[in-house]
Ligand binder design. Structure first.
Ligand SMILES: C[S@@+](CC[C@H](N)C(=O)[O-])C[C@H]1O[C@@H](n2cnc3c(N)ncnc32)[C@H](O)[C@@H]1O
Length: 229
């Protein structure tokens, strides 16, 4: 059977694409402070669903209002800003390899959330072996693995970047940390196949409205939470 976890490459998998993308978003924001940029998967309400999921699970595993969080490939940081708006108050870090995205997210932070001292944005490639990070209670990914999968890059030991990804995530986790990922390129089954290991196991799935086609049921987007045992 065809391995559907291997996608074709695309310009969405390049840093140049994201630098150009966020340079435009940043300049739009500078012209119009109401315009904080694209909210990925907005039409599926993914951000609200992810935050609702975390809110509903406060008190379970390491999910708490003061949980520390890292958002991988944070873009404009919208997910973290929304989490702050919803009363999450732990240490939060948004990391992205596009310096333009980090400049943009920092600009929004200064302009609209200057009272927040728990939130910061860092420029780093999460696959860079020199990137050192503490561990977090909650790890977030909204659309980042989707972009990474389109890069077609291999790491120095010959692994595809998609194969390397769960190890990057695992290193950021401690016992009972939660990894919550939302994807539009991979199904729930594919995400589980790619990410599950002996120590990183699927915990819960967020339900989205589905569709039926040719006798098959599907959804255009999925979010899966994994827990580190
Ligand atoms: C589809 S966008 C999603 C952005 C954001 N999570 C959101 O929901 O709006 C993918 C993001 O992943 C970032 N990214 C891709 N590869 C990365 C890497 N190796 N390290 C860090 N960030 C990366 C891109 O710069 C981009 O901001």
């Amino acid at each position: 059977m065809e391995d559907t976890t291997k996608l074709n490459t695309s310009k969405l998998g390049t840093k140049q694409y994201w630098d150009d993308f966020y340079a435009v978003e940043k300049s739009n924001f500078e012209e119009n402070p109401e315009d904080t940029g694209e909210c990925w998967f907005d039409d599926s309400n993914a951000e609200d669903k992810m935050i609702e999921f975390l809110t509903d699970h406060v008190g379970e595993l390491l999910v708490a209002k003061d949980a520390s969080m890292i958002d991988l490939g944070t873009g404009n940081g919208h997910l973290l800003f929304q989490l702050c708006d919803e009363g999450f108050e732990g240490k939060m870090v948004g990391v992205d390899y596009s310096e333009k995205s980090v400049e943009f997210a920092r600009e929004i932070l200064r302009a609209n959330y200057s009272d927040l001292s728990n939130l910061e944005f860092l420029a780093a490639d999460i696959f860079d072996s020199k990137w050192e990070s503490p561990k977090y209670d909650i790890i977030l990914d909204k659309g980042t693995l989707d972009a990474i999968a389109l890069s077609g890059l291999k790491s120095s030991n010959g692994e595809t970047i998609v194969e390397a990804y769960p190890k990057v995530v695992d290193k950021l986790m401690k016992k009972d940390s939660v990894f919550l990922i939302t994807s539009c390129n991979f199904t729930e089954a594919e995400l589980k196949k790619m990410i599950e290991t002996d120590s990183l196991v699927a915990w819960e799935t967020i339900k989205y409205p589905g569709f039926k086609f040719g006798g098959h049921e599907g959804s255009t987007i999925c979010s899966v939470a994994f827990v580190k045992r």
